[in-house]
Design a protein around this ligand. Structure first.
Ligand SMILES: NC(=O)C1=CN([C@@H]2O[C@H](COP(=O)(O)OP(=O)(O)OC[C@H]3O[C@@H](n4cnc5c(N)ncnc54)[C@H](O)[C@@H]3O)[C@@H](O)[C@H]2O)C=CC1
Ligand SMILES: O=C(O)C1=N[C@H](C(=O)O)C[C@H](O)C1
Length: 267
């Protein structure tokens, strides 16, 4: 049995992950953590998630939640994730990270911790989005320079980072396939007399509102034709199932940084 602890256990993703662990074969919930001072500390993690009593109380201490766990699933925020990674590296626990919004410096810090323990870090745990990454590489390779690339993402009004981690990864995949540097060609802002679109830029547009779970479209816009590769998430459950699958996959893996493409055998 693989014993899993979950951070952000009372959050939007945390509750779905607690439920997905309950539904998975070969894994069990061994710990749950929330931000110190959170109202749900001391409550049963399964009851808070709505999937029935789990016998695991939400703790305010990561060390306490990890005491009986092999692996941590962390969907919180980059600053919190990096602190949690440090603790896991010290205790020799495996980690699955779904948090998004890492700066390049924060990403480098995560890579450093992953030299000591096996870590899966992915901005999107769904099979569909990971299939889209492959399709985008192929589409960009076929369409080449003749098509303008624009990426639009839509999410709920509580999302804190922009653009989404998934949109950034989509931009990186397309840029790499076209021989461009995403950090140089991503254009996040057009306003006023900003001039004509350059051939190289990749436009990154963000929409926020209501309860949209997550939608991403990459437009390849040519002269007289347009290709759109879209993914729409209808619930958070497939993200949670992907994270749980990654937690099972980590068993026996060497220290290092992995992503969902590794877990799904798409590399
Ligand atoms: N990789 C993927 O497939 C997906 C990634 N995400 C990402 O997951 C992250 C979380 O998203 P949501 O669940 O919507 O946010 P949320 O705000 O609902 O949940 C985050 C939870 O973390 C808790 N938290 C804050 N500080 C903490 C600490 N020190 N220790 C333990 N818990 C702490 C908060 O109290 C909250 O309950 C975001 O970065 C989001 O972009 C979301 C969906 C899918
Ligand atoms: O915050 C969210 O909700 C989501 N975040 C991820 C991202 O930033 O790409 C994945 C998903 O779209 C939901």
């Amino acid at each position: 049995m693989i014993r899993v602890a979950v951070t952000g256990a009372a959050g939007r993703m945390g509750g779905r992950i607690v439920t997905a662990i309950k539904e998975a074969d070969g894994l069990e919930l061994a710990g749950a953590v929330e931000r110190p001072g959170h109202d749900m500390i001391g409550q049963d993690a399964g009851l808070i998630a709505g999937c029935g009593a789990s016998g695991v109380k939400i703790s305010g201490s990561l060390e306490e939640a990890l005491a009986n766990a092999d692996v941590l699933i962390d969907f919180t925020f980059p600053e919190v994730t990096l602190k949690n990674l440090e603790v896991c590296a010290r205790l020799g626990k495996q980690v699955v990270i779904g948090s998004t919004g890492f700066t390049p410096a924060q990403r480098a810090e995560a890579e450093k911790a992953a030299a000591k323990i096996p870590v899966v870090l992915a901005p999107n745990m769904s099979v569909g989005v990971n299939a889209c990454f492959k399709l985008l590489k192929e589409a960009a390779g076929i369409l080449g320079e003749g098509f303008d690339v624009e990426i639009v993402e839509l999410h709920h009004n509580k999302k804190k980072d922009s653009p989404s981690g998934t949109a950034v990864r989509m931009g990186e995949v397309v840029a790499e396939a076209l021989g461009r540097d995403y950090n140089k060609v991503a254009n996040f802002h057009r306003e006023g007399m900003c001039g004509e679109r350059t051939k190289e830029e990749i436009g990154m547009q963000t929409v926020r509102g209501g309860d949209i779970v997550g939608e991403h479209t990459v437009y390849f816009i040519g002269m007289g034709e347009r290709i759109e590769i879209s993914h729409r998430a209808m619930s958070r459950d497939m993200f949670a199932r992907g994270a749980v699958r990654a937690a099972g996959w980590l068993k026996g893996k060497a220290a290092g940084m992995y992503d969902m493409q590794d877990v799904l055998g798409l590399k």
